[in-house]
Design a protein around this ligand. Structure first.
Ligand SMILES: [Zn+2]
Length: 558
């Protein structure tokens, strides 16, 4: 039996309770005992944690590592370095309606294009996957090995692409019936719920009745143990009605709802955050179960495809590229970006829920990564700079780059909920008790990833706990551990308790913080000393250990 005695640390248990000083013993994959002075077992390893915080490992409810976690363990390890070294011991994938299951030979062509931006540089299992649905995907992960614990939501995008491709079809009852069935199978096999991505194809074409029909399945199958998470239909002009739309899904179906990466995009909209929090709090008072996650940055990572109007994406990414190759269509798309102010409802044929460029401007959208070596020099440039470098308008420059890269370009967009000088929006989100901290970012081994990949959780502990003193340490830790665990229904993780799984992070509260930036994103966080997953130290890694992560399945209601 493996035993580890962590001696004299400041125990912050993840529930929000005040810290206490004491020992903690790990036996195999569980916490055996904690608190006070505990006797050393013969043969146990001892870790002196004097002046260090001992907390549950961080739970990232929102990642896009769906394909990263399918890689063989050594390659997975390299791409997970930033996550493990910042203390993340559990991640949830399948977010924003984006993902890789279910899939069929036909659907794979479209899915592959949609998830190109979140595909690791060397993922040869895709597009020749070892899976066809949630059950076979999760079996692949279990057979393969995981460094951290992984759970998944069922994304709406692949459900729809399998039955309707990337078309605007209104989902007729028989199509909804097919989607229902595969959602039911995923929930039975352990998915934590459903996610939608209503600014991405195909979510962008989806009407509220389809979402409600699927949310009803989550309620029927999971009761209170599953939830519907949404990248809502807009975070700028349409932010308030989009939040109301999500609340309406909860009201109509009784399902728990979750606002993915709560944010306001663009300076003109930052001031709406208190209103959003008030709407969600009001819905909770009314009896709805409403949760959310947020990333602690004023920049976000996503696909470049998201800057284009929905009608230009009808039929798929290849159709977008064809339209960009045709002078008349290209002109119409460029004019739409310049002139369209999103209005509600956006699911009409010429509607547009979220015009990102209009919300923040060409200066604040930057090229994240590209697939080919020849275009690597453009990574990190704003679209204004890209235009200058290519001697074109920003729109023509990015559209030509999209064609050259077959659409596989990611972006980092700035002006999310604030900027360097104004992060009151971020303060409001962090001070609100209902939110969990997340990364919404992964290192795919290409270009410049989002700095959250290496620093999201330490950044909150350094900047908002130690420097700004906006949050108490135990409250920040709760938003990273016990709170997401309870939203996910994970009973034995996210807390320090005898009998709970030994997912643990040990850090120095005087130095913890992030040094990663958009320009230099792969810089390791400061102050994180040890990270333990199911009793095994993954960072710094024990020599020669097997990947100790587990695949997590939603537990039955009750
Ligand atoms: Zn999203």
């Amino acid at each position: 039996m493996q035993r580890l005695l962590i001696r004299g640390g400041t125990l912050v248990d993840g529930t929000g309770a005040a810290p206490v000083t004491g020992d903690l013993i790990v036996a195999d994959d569980r916490i055996l005992a904690l608190g006070g002075e505990l006797a050393e077992w013969p043969g146990s390893r001892v870790l002196d944690a004097k002046d260090l915080v001992v907390a549950p490992g961080f739970i990232d409810m929102h990642s896009h590592g769906d394909l990263v976690v399918t890689l063989p363990p050594e390659r997975q390890r390299a791409l997970q370095e930033g996550r493990l070294s910042q203390g993340i011991t559990t991640e949830i994938v399948g977010n924003c309606g984006l993902g890789v299951f279910p899939c069929s030979a036909e659907a794979m062509i479209e899915l592959r294009a949609i998830v190109a931006w979140m595909t690791p540089a060397d993922a040869e299992e895709w597009p020749r996957p070892a899976w066809s649905d949630f059950a076979t995907w999760s079996a692949h992960l279990e057979a393969n090995g995981l460094w951290a614990n992984v759970g998944a939501m069922q994304p709406h995008g692949p459900l729809r692409v399998v039955v309707a491709g990337l078309s605007r079809v209104e989902a007729r009852p028989e199509l909804i019936g097919l989607m229902r069935r595969s959602l039911e199978e995923a929930l039975e096999a352990g998915a934590f719920g459903l996610t939608t991505g209503l600014i991405y194809p195909p979510g962008i074409f989806t009407r509220p009745d389809e979402i409600e029909a699927l949310a009803r399945v989550v309620k029927e199958r999971c009761g209170g143990s599953g939830f519907v998470a949404s990248h809502i239909r807009g975070s700028s002009e349409t932010l308030i009605p989009a939040v109301e739309e999500l609340m309406a899904v909860g009201r109509a179906t009784g399902a728990r709802v979750h606002h993915s990466h709560n944010e306001a995009v663009g300076r003109a909209h930052w001031g709406k955050i208190p209103k959003v929090l008030a709407i969600e709090e009001g819905a909770r008072k009314e009896g709805l179960a409403v949760g959310y996650d947020m990333f602690p940055y004023t920049a976000a990572a996503t696909m470049m495809v998201a800057i284009y109007p929905p009608w230009s994406l009808e039929g798929g990414i290849d159709r977008l590229l064809e339209r960009l190759g045709d002078p008349a269509s290209r002109r119409a798309i460029g004019e739409a970006i310049d002139k369209t102010t999103p209005a509600w409802p956006p699911w009409t044929p010429d509607g547009w829920p979220h015009n990102l460029v209009k919300a923040v401007g060409w200066d604040l959208v930057t090229v994240g990564s590209v697939g080919t070596a020849a275009n690597r020099r453009y990574e990190g440039m704003s679209l204004t700079e890209l235009g200058r470098a290519m001697k074109k308008t920003p729109f023509d420059a990015i559209s030509d780059l999209m064609i050259a890269e077959r659409g596989a370009v990611s972006q980092i967009i700035h002006g999310i909920s604030g900027d360097d000088a104004h992060d009151e929006g971020m303060d409001a989100l962090l001070a609100d008790r209902a939110g969990a901290v997340c990364t919404d970012a992964n290192d795919f081994g290409r270009g410049r990833p989002h700095p959250a990949c290496f620093g999201a959780f330490p950044r909150v502990l350094g900047r908002w706990v130690r420097e700004k003193k906006l949050l108490k340490l135990e409250e920040a830790v709760r938003k990273m551990t016990g709170h997401p665990a309870s939203m996910l229904g994970l009973r034995d993780r996210g807390v320090l308790r005898a009998g709970a799984f030994a997912d643990i992070v040990v850090f120095d509260p005087k130095t913890v913080g992030s040094t990663a930036t958009c320009a230099d994103p792969r810089r390791r966080a400061d102050g994180i000393r040890r990270v333990i997953v199911n009793g095994r130290q993954v960072w710094p890694a024990e020599p020669g250990i097997a990947p100790p992560g587990r695949f997590l399945r939603r537990s039955a209601p009750g």
